[in-house]
Ligand binder design. Structure first.
Ligand SMILES: Nc1ncnc2c1ncn2[C@@H]1O[C@H](COP(=O)(O)OP(=O)(O)OP(=O)(O)O)[C@@H](O)[C@H]1O
Ligand SMILES: O=c1[nH]c(=O)c2[nH+]cn([C@@H]3O[C@H](COP(=O)(O)O)[C@@H](O)[C@H]3O)c2[nH]1
Ligand SMILES: NC(=O)CC[C@H](N)C(=O)O
Ligand SMILES: [Mg+2]
Length: 526
């Protein structure tokens, strides 16, 4: 990104969270943003000299390592030269202790679960408004003495150094995890740190974000350049496209690729809501034949994903080239709807996790196209994106849509993807979602869809033997799609959906409901 363009972290007071790999690290960032203080998470290995902005305060997260181990990660010591308040949480506090006297070792017993916090120094600004609250512990190591220059400000039954503070500087350490909701006053503590101690402004609101982001996009793109973007009609790409349209109007070209495996009437609906309703300059490309031809005879899930991903790229590049000469100026930028959780995943210092399935959609465009990337949602969590969408005038219904994968119905038709099979799956899915909406359940479910299985089963309809396929219904509840549980429908509801599908969809003789959680299953069947 061009150095003349201000980053979000230079516009909003920012708390820097240095991640030592705790499963809770991203929650610290979330909690701070909940009371409107902007926070960003970076790996604990971040060099402070390369930061490019000055944080209002720094939080050192928890982590699975032991500070005394040979290969344990350590913070860049320049963090102490920033001269801003520092809070160490669990591993983060052990790190502060390690750097100030090395009094950290394995405890006699591990402490996992609730404990009672005894505030020993009630005047400490870290504990303002807090008393003997319940806190959440998750550690095996502990401090065996006071770090040099520190004093005890809180204890718990098992941790005589449950809270410590530097005697002169605003440097604090706590053994428990304030970021998890099990710590009843954890949010108060984080607020005390960020707002009172770091003096961070509570101005992180989506209203303010819109203004700064529109300005940032205009600075980045300049007065004449054109931008293209792949837009699916899903939440993220729609919100990103609307923001681009607010910033540069017709110079943003949205492209929806009808890959032949979209939901019933989807391309027409998106054209209407985004093009006519939201004023987004949208072109719908009908590439159904191209996609379905390439999918002929293919049954392997990963092959399907790769074919669809590559075809997306082809179609998209062709369209970009077609749009290009029109305005005179060359297309310089590509919009992507990357969200903060994707960024967090890619910066994790723990390295990439194993690929369970390929989720790339049109991400592979970049290198060949020589386009510069614009990612206006890069700093946002999904709920922030939804809030932003509503402020931008996108309907509640669209903003709360269930996610829909780029490879679409092709990964919900198990086995070979043909026009006929897609039509069956699509129709069954439409009935299912319609009934979910009628029952007022749509917003209680995180994602629901129908899958068409490549097995036939015997049935009887109107005294006739039938021998047709099976539809599997899936509905899940989740907060982050990393883990999920199946939704407990009333039996009457399932009965109604099953009956409608078998009666109204030719080719289906039986309906089942998928009662597998993730893990061990995944959300999609392929
Ligand atoms: N049919 C399509 N036409 C154009 N672009 C698409 C299409 N399907 C997916 N994409 C691109 O792939 C990206 C990732 O898809 P993804 O499903 O993760 O996000 P989304 O569709 O914007 O939102 P949601 O998570 O609500 O479905 C989209 O943001 C969009 O850029
Ligand atoms: O844009 C996408 N392109 C993909 O290739 C893809 N595969 C799965 N998903 C969605 O990701 C979430 C988790 O799905 P899984 O448990 O099946 O991996 C669920 O929300 C899935 O719908 C995809 N989204
Ligand atoms: N949650 C943590 O940060 C744990 C820190 C360290 N690994 C311990 O066991 O004490
Ligand atoms: Mg989508």
């Amino acid at each position: 990104m061009s150095s003349t363009v201000e980053q979000v972290s230079s516009v909003f007071d920012t708390i820097l969270v240095l991640d030592f790999g705790s499963q809770y690290s991203h929650l610290i960032t979330r909690r701070l943003r909940e009371f409107n203080v902007y926070a960003e998470m970076l790996p604990c290995t971040q060099k402070i000299a390369e930061l490019g902005w000055k944080p209002a305060g720094v939080i050192l997260s928890g982590g699975p390592y032991s500070v005394y181990a040979e290969d344990a990660p350590h913070v860049d010591l320049d963090v102490f030269e920033l001269d801003v308040p520092i809070l160490g949480i669990c591993y983060g506090m052990q790190e502060l202790a390690w750097l100030n006297g090395k009094q950290v070792a394995r405890g006699e017993k591990r402490e996992y679960g609730p404990a009672t916090l005894n505030v020993e120094v009630a005047s400490s600004p870290l504990f303002k408004g807090m008393d003997h609250s319940r806190v959440w512990m998750s550690h095996g190591d502990k401090l065996h003495g006071l770090p040099t220059g520190f004093e005890v400000i809180a204890t718990s039954d098992n941790s005589p150094y449950c809270g410590v503070a530097h005697k002169e500087k605003p440097i604090y350490g706590i053994q428990f995890h304030p970021e998890v909701t099990h710590s009843t006053q954890g949010k108060t503590l984080l607020k005390n740190f960020a707002v009172d101690i770091c003096k961070a402004n509570q101005n992180w609101t989506m209203e303010n974000f819109i203004d700064t982001e529109i300005k940032r996009i205009r600075d980045l793109v300049g007065p004449t350049a054109e931008v293209i973007g792949a837009v699916s009609g899903g939440v993220d790409s729609t919100v990103a496209a609307k923001l681009m349209t607010e910033a540069i109007g017709e110079r943003f070209h949205a492209i929806l690729v009808d890959n032949g495996v979209l939901r019933l009437n989807e391309a027409a609906n998106v054209k209407k809501t985004l093009g006519e309703g939201l004023g987004i300059n949208l072109t719908v490309i009908d590439a159904a034949d191209e996609f379905l031809d390439k999918l002929k005879g293919v049954t392997d899930p990963e092959k399907k994903r790769k074919i669809i991903g590559n075809t997306f790229i082809h179609v998209f590049e062709r369209e970009a080239a077609r749009i290009q000469p029109k305005g005179g100026d060359e297309i310089e930028f590509l919009l992507q709807g990357t969200l903060y959780p994707d960024v967090i995943e890619s910066i994790s210092f723990k390295g990439p996790s194993q690929t369970i399935k390929t989720h790339h959609n049109v991400g592979g465009l970049l290198e060949d196209m020589k386009l510069k990337l614009i990612e206006p949602l890069r700093e946002l969590f999904k709920d922030e994106v939804r809030h932003l969408g509503e402020l931008l005038g996108i309907s509640h219904e669209l903003v709360w849509r269930h996610p829909f994968p780029g490879p679409g119905i092709a990964i919900r038709v198990l086995g070979e993807v043909t026009r006929e099979q897609v039509a069956i799956a699509r129709k069954a899915d439409h009935i299912y979602i319609e009934e979910i909406r009628k029952a007022g359940l749509y917003n209680k479910i995180s994602q629901a869809f129908a899958c068409l299985l490549p097995v036939k089963s015997v049935g009887v309809m109107g005294d006739q033997r039938t021998y047709e396929q099976v539809i599997a219904l899936r509905a899940i509840e989740t907060t982050d799609f990393m883990t999920a549980d199946w939704f407990p429908f009333e039996h009457e509801f399932l009965k109604k959906v099953a009956s409608r599908i078998v009666n109204e969809v030719d080719g289906v003789a039986r309906v089942t409901y998928d009662i597998t959680s993730k893990p061990p299953a995944t959300v999609e069947w392929e």
